[in-house]
Design a protein around this ligand. Structure first.
Ligand SMILES: Nc1ncnc2c1ncn2[C@@H]1O[C@H](COP(=O)(O)OP(=O)(O)OP(=O)(O)O)[C@@H](O)[C@H]1O
Ligand SMILES: [Mg+2]
Length: 362
């Protein structure tokens, strides 16, 4: 089409311009303080900030998607993701100035829609990487440059967490009747014990569905202990780790007459950090696999789920659970570590470390 070419060029120029601007970080503390007074005026300020900030972050991602090594940029799945970013960039850039409450509500609807559009970015990118992995003949050889892809994906997903946090927080501040202590996506009195229980129940339900039974999960810690954190982030991390543990224990014990040992979760409240330890006796990770568990290409799952199958969440799929969980931990300054212990029932220890009362902007 003749007419669309100049348009495409104009958009490309806009993307390049916005992608080169500096992004502004927002800390958990700032979001908490600002969101504590979700007045009409504050919501308007927040929308005006996002109207400027989101196109910068989204354009940056679209540019990155265009310059990946090994021809990853040209994989159909990656092109699809790139188009989502371009569509969202256009939606925001074509949205007129946000100057009153009606504009603000319309803007909020629009970014809510953008968040939905991008829901499947991670599995779709995974599909692209999967296609590349096939082209390269598997990852056994680990060609140099795979590292580059890994680092790109880490940056890309980290940025995605930030964009979704900003949109999610703005949208959630419109809740007319939040629970006490809840400010948007942040729960200032989050109980890690409670999140551990809910995430474990979710993971066990999937294990039940897939195997017909599930190991127990025992949770230890002070039930009254709370700290400020983003509930969905902690839930996601705990869900992924418990799911891995359940799978390992289930696979190891399902054909034995021994009772499957429980997965253990211990919540420890330290002076500066909250540490959550998750341990299982599911056989551990072979030494040869350990350096690769945090890469986006390592999984021992037999059949990666296919995107069109819509078979929902499965016990294991692309090998994304661990690297993504670690990004969530790091997003607000924490970390995720794994130790594989031979000799003690071949077990795995995970530590999620989260900063208290904080601070970090991303
Ligand atoms: N607790 C554990 N015990 C033994 N092996 C584990 C454990 N946790 C992870 N692994 C190994 O590390 C691999 C990568 O885990 P990861 O959660 O990143 O991906 P996955 O579980 O394969 O797929 P998904 O993306 O669905 O999580 C797993 O396939 C498994 O081989
Ligand atoms: Mg997993």
């Amino acid at each position: 089409e003749m007419a669309s070419e100049p348009v495409a060029r104009a958009v490309a120029e806009e993307v390049a311009r916005w992608g080169g601007m500096r992004q502004t970080g927002v800390s958990l503390r700032y979001m908490t303080e600002f969101g504590a007074r979700p007045t009409e005026r504050n919501l308007l300020l927040s929308a005006q900030f996002l109207h400027k900030e989101l196109p910068i972050r989204i354009a940056r991602r679209a540019l990155d998607l265009d310059s990946l090594p090994f021809g990853l940029s040209h994989k159909p799945a990656v092109l699809k993701v790139r188009d989502w970013y371009l569509d969202s960039f256009r939606d925001i850039r074509y949205f007129p100035e946000v100057s009153n409450q009606d504009d603000e509500l319309a803007f909020t609807q629009m970014i809510k829609m953008i968040r939905v559009r991008h829901t499947n970015v991670v599995p779709t990118m995974a599909l692209g990487v999967q296609q590349l992995k096939k082209d390269l003949g598997g990852t056994k050889a680990f060609p140099s440059g795979i590292n580059e892809i890994h680092q790109f994906l880490d940056r890309f997903y980290m940025s995605r967490i930030g964009i979704r946090m900003l949109i999610g927080q703005h949208v959630a501040l419109h809740d007319p009747d939040p629970e006490p202590g809840v400010i948007g996506l942040i729960n200032t009195r989050l109980s890690p014990m409670l999140v551990a229980r809910l995430a474990s129940e979710d993971a066990r339900a999937i294990c039940m569905r897939e195997y017909g039974s599930a190991p127990d999960v025992n949770i230890y810690g002070h039930p009254d202990f709370t700290f400020p954190y983003v509930t969905i982030h902690l839930h996601l991390m705990m869900f992924e780790l418990v799911k891995n543990s359940l799978r390992a224990v289930q696979e190891r014990f399902m054909n034995s007459d021994k009772h499957a040992p429980p997965v253990r979760i211990i919540v420890a409240d330290g002076a500066e950090d909250v540490t959550i330890k998750i341990s299982d006796e599911g056989g551990g990770i072979p030494r040869s696999g350990l350096p690769r568990i945090f890469t986006y290409l390592y999984s021992t799952a037999e059949h990666p789920p296919d995107l069109d199958g819509h078979n929902g969440v499965t016990m294991a799929g692309y090998g994304y659970g661990l690297p993504i969980s670690r990004l969530y931990a790091r997003y607000f300054g924490g970390d995720l570590q794994i130790i594989s212990m031979e000799g003690y029932g071949m077990s795995i220890l995970h530590f999620i470390c989260l900063c208290k009362g904080v601070l970090k902007s991303a």
